[in-house]
Design a protein around this ligand. Structure first.
Ligand SMILES: Cc1cc2nc3c(=O)[nH]c(=O)nc-3n(C[C@H](O)[C@H](O)[C@H](O)COP(=O)(O)OP(=O)(O)OC[C@H]3O[C@@H](n4cnc5c(N)ncnc54)[C@H](O)[C@@H]3O)c2cc1C
Length: 142
């Protein structure tokens, strides 16, 4: 049986944010090797709330509260980096910072594609249970 360091159920905002943090962890701990993480997502994509992306609707939070900025304002996974990479930074700042739900969903999917360990889509977690002998991930030990 293969025991992973980290198993993430769902590759929505939380799962992607965690995957980004794992990338940073691995960068900072190259001597111990990367964490053995697996991300399982039951849907075909990481589209953010696909049933709620209606024309003319916007997000209900400040865009700086994205998948990475609160943890590291210089993160490559930030919404501002997404704007820069997609050539939308200057139009966005001219328009005053309005973010549509469609644009946020595009950002979430962009971030999902940036992380090193890609999610396995069409994989549903059917059960989880607490480990009787919890152990720290190998790369975090010591
Ligand atoms: C109507 C509505 C509007 C909202 N608007 C905002 C907003 O504007 N701004 C804001 O900050 N928050 C908003 N939220 C809160 C929203 O929950 C968060 O923005 C964010 O989507 C939460 O991320 P998450 O990863 O926890 O959950 P989700 O985005 O729901 O992602 C969970 C993922 O896990 C997958 N999954 C679930 N179960 C399994 C399983 N057993 N196996 C494998 N995969 C699984 C799902 O397919 C999904 O992709 C809104 C919520 C609702 C309901």
């Amino acid at each position: 049986m293969h025991i992973h360091d980290v198993v993430v159920a769902g590759f929505g905002s939380s799962g992607i944010s965690l995957a980004a943090a794992i990338d940073y962890h691995d960068d900072a701990h190259q001597g111990t090797g990367p964490l053995d993480a697996v991300h399982l997502e039951r849907s075909a994509t990481s589209a953010w709330q696909p049933n709620q992306v209606l024309p003319g609707t916007d997000i209900q939070h400040h865009f700086l509260r994205d998948l990475a900025t609160p943890r590291d304002p210089r993160s490559r996974f930030s919404f501002t980096n997404f704007l820069m990479q997609s050539g939308r930074f200057y139009p966005f700042t001219l328009l005053g910072g309005y973010v549509s739900r469609l644009e946020w969903s595009e950002y979430v999917q962009w971030a999902a594609a940036q992380v090193r360990k890609q999610a396995e889509y069409h994989r549903e977690v059917l059960r989880s249970s607490p480990s009787p002998t919890p152990t720290a991930p190998s790369a975090l030990r010591g």
